[in-house]
Design a protein around this ligand. Structure first.
Ligand code: ZN
Ligand code: ZN
Length: 128
């Protein structure tokens, strides 16, 4: 019975991450899940986010302000607005050749690189 409840809670958390394209924080996911299941605790949501991340079902994006979650699993870069904190996907190709070049130079196995571009979005620029 407990197992079933765990599975259901995990599915709720996964659905909440997949439903958003704006790279939500753990807290935003908690609020979304909470709207569906009023009894779920913050700890449960956070724990399930970690489990889903470990199993590779979701990715997290490290940005200077907070850890955010991503509904995309392919390698891509991010754009952070330093004004409103919005995190968007960058429509530029991922440069696999950088990983290869560094691997050759250093002998490391390079799994990936992460790039976060920082600036101000058009709305924040207009407000200035
Ligand atoms: Zn902005
Ligand atoms: Zn993304």
């Amino acid at each position: 019975m407990k197992q079933l409840r765990n599975t259901r809670q995990r599915q709720l958390v996964l659905a909440a991450v997949r439903a958003r394209r704006d790279h939500p924080s753990a807290d935003q996911i908690y609020l979304d899940v909470r709207a569906v299941d009023g009894r779920i605790s913050r700890g449960t949501v956070y724990r399930n986010l970690s489990i889903l991340e470990e199993s590779g079902e979701i990715l997290h994006v490290k940005v200077p302000t907070a850890d955010r979650y991503d509904n995309r699993l392919d390698l891509h870069y991010h754009l952070l607005c330093m004004g409103c904190g919005a995190v968007k996907d960058v429509e530029l190709p991922y440069h696999r050749e950088l990983d290869r070049e560094l691997a050759e130079k250093t002998g490391y196995f390079i799994a990936r690189h992460r790039t976060v571009f920082e600036g101000f979005c058009p709305e924040c620029r207009r407000r200035k």
